[in-house]
Design a protein around this ligand. Structure first.
Ligand code: 2NE
Length: 272
């Protein structure tokens, strides 16, 4: 991949910075974005001059708001079971043998919050808001987005996050263990730089072993996620899921229960 269109990638002073560069879409990812992110994480993983990776989004509004709903029509516009190679992207972050820091500069919503969950560390601006929206928009992340989140914030909280689809302030996210630190927005870069500097002073091999060791405990989630993506691909083909996408794009409330009950109704005469 010679040139990126959806992301920015730069390496300086041992730090690889990967920036989702789609501010007009609140840094939502489409198929192309995922491909470029996977490529960039692979480059950072194999570049011996890189000791730490920072993932962020362009601008002040959003870190990442997950799948690009305008590229979603019963499936997204790219590769993989659901048209978004999110499983590969999440694995690229986890399998990168260097610490990955999420610089959470604004909304981390849906698949964006899953990226925060998959990153090793997260530093958030005071103005950031985090949360999941899947069941509100006809989707769900059936792997790391659910099970790994529960490891970070606890089972009850993780279920609350997914079942109620609320938005949480950066401070609330800090208190539940979803992010490591919260700073005023204009201190975000200085704080991220400070954490990078401290990490760069450590033994790269020890860090890499530690990261793989943490991962070993939760790697089985990848298998569950793969299975879940198969189910998600089928779900995306239903009217119930598509109602969520259409409602979001049409800026109206979804009518999930109506669509669900209609799809489950038995044809006349079948009850006899
Ligand atoms: C992000 C959020 C909370 C912002 O809310 P608000 O009220 O501040 O702004 P608004 O008006 O909703 O959004 C601003 C603009 O950004 C676009 C909106 O459509 C809107 O565009 P305009 O009307 O100004 O033209 N926008 C925001 N998020 C977008 C997105 N993801 N795709 C395309 N356009 C987007 C609020 O917008 C929100 O809740 N967004 C929903 C995000 C969403 O549905 N994400 C996908 C979840 S599913 C997923 O990520 C996923 C996964 O986790 C695993 C597998 C596959 C998919």
């Amino acid at each position: 991949m010679s040139e990126y269109t959806d992301i920015l990638y730069e390496v300086q002073g041992g730090v690889a910075r990967i920036t989702i560069n789609r501010p007009k879409k609140y840094n939502a990812f489409r198929g192309q974005t995922c491909e470029e992110l996977i490529h960039a994480f692979s480059s950072a993983s194999w570049d011996k001059t890189v000791g730490v990776v920072v993932l962020t989004g362009t601008g002040d509004k959003a870190f990442c708001t997950g799948g690009d709903q305008s590229a979603h029509d019963g499936g997204y516009d790219g590769r993989g079971l659901i048209g978004l190679p999110v499983e590969e992207l999440q694995s690229a972050i986890r399998e990168c043998p260097k610490p990955v820091i999420a610089r959470v500069n604004g909304y981390a919503i849906g698949g964006g919050n899953v990226l925060v969950t998959c990153c090793d560390l997260a530093i958030a601006s005071e103005s950031a808001q985090l949360g999941q929206v899947g069941p509100k928009v006809g989707s769900v992340d059936p792997g790391f987005g659910t099970a790994l989140l529960a490891r970070a914030v606890g089972e009850k909280r993780a279920r609350e996050i997914w079942f109620l689809c609320r938005r949480y302030s950066a401070i609330e996210a800090l208190n539940m263990g979803l992010v490591n630190a919260v700073v005023p927005h204009d201190h975000l870069d200085a704080e991220v730089d400070k954490w990078c500097e401290e990490i760069l002073a450590m033994s790269p091999t020890a860090l890499s072993i530690a990261k793989r060791s943490f991962n070993a405990d939760t790697d089985s989630i990848k298998g569950i996620g793969g299975l879940g993506m198969q189910a998600l691909a089928l779900y995306y083909g239903t009217e119930e899921s598509q109602e969520g996408v259409h409602a979001f794009l049409e800026k109206r409330k979804p009518r999930f229960r109506e669509v669900y009950l209609k799809s489950r109704a038995k044809p006349e005469g079948e009850d006899a």
